[in-house]
Design a protein. Structure first.
Length: 262
């Protein structure tokens, strides 16, 4: 029995090592997401020194609230040389009004134009398409998500990313009342998927994920040595792997970012 237990432990170690190597071969552990629930003052300089390239922060949430920590952290993070993104936590109220509110908050918080082109820095936009169990307003439907992302594209020329857990993505997009046209519309968005147990396996109708959140509030079943659960001064972090190296991430940001005017 003892030899069997040792052999089993060795097999598990090899499995986790191979898994870590497969992730590192195509991804960089370089994105952190934050919200007003993170009460500490993040050390963005420390994050950058640990290899973080970008931060995605909650900007708005139900009902039509703005994250009070969004703007101050945006300024500090960008001063530290980090890329910036914003997300909206959706609910079941009017999706057009939600999209307009989200863009209004992001635009109003954008730093002053930089450089000779007098262009404001670009920001990635994301719809957080989760089950809403702690805000008023109910849970956003697939049809409402489609309306939201189409409104974002109409006003910015860019589709936002779509954030969802792997299980919920499969549950929602292949529900009884969801059409193939609605699924196609959402695939115009790039995919940010959450799975704290293993690398996402089911991404349909997308071919693949772009960002993988493997750790939320420090919760993850993956080995800490290869998948750290903290960063800088944040002990219970929300960390993400981008499908590509840091150079590819920079290019991805430029391609998908919104550059507010005015």
């Amino acid at each position: 029995m003892r030899n069997f237990a040792v052999m089993k432990l060795s097999i598990l170690r090899v499995f986790f090592l191979l898994h870590a190597l497969s992730v590192s071969a195509f991804g960089s552990n370089s994105v952190v997401n934050l919200s007003h629930y993170d009460l500490m003052q993040p050390d963005f300089v420390g994050m950058k020194s640990e290899g973080i390239v970008a931060v995605i922060h909650e900007a708005t949430y139900p009902r039509f609230e703005r994250d009070a920590r969004y703007r101050e952290r945006q300024v500090t993070a960008m001063q530290a040389g980090l890329l910036w993104g914003a997300y909206h936590f959706g609910d079941a109220t009017n999706p057009i009004r939600q999209a307009d509110h989200f863009l209004g908050v992001v635009a109003a918080s954008a730093p002053a134009p930089l450089g000779p082109e007098k262009r404001r820095p670009g920001m990635l936009l994301v719809l957080d398409f989760e089950k809403n169990g702690h805000y008023p307003g109910g849970t956003m439907t697939v049809a409402q998500a489609v309306a939201f992302v189409e409104r974002i594209r109409e006003r910015t020329g860019k589709y936002p990313g779509l954030y969802c857990s792997e299980y919920r993505l499969r549950q929602m997009l292949y529900g009884r009342n969801v059409t193939a046209a609605q699924r196609r519309a959402l695939t115009n968005c790039w995919l940010w998927i959450a799975n704290y147990h293993f690398q996402p396996r089911t991404t349909a109708p997308w071919d693949q994920w772009h960002l993988w959140q493997y750790c939320g509030d420090g919760k993850s079943d993956l080995p800490r040595s290869a998948f750290p659960k903290s960063v800088a001064n944040i002990r219970k972090a929300e960390r993400n792997i981008f499908r590509g190296d840091s150079v590819a991430l920079q290019l991805f940001w430029q391609e998908h970012a919104w550059f507010p005017t005015g």
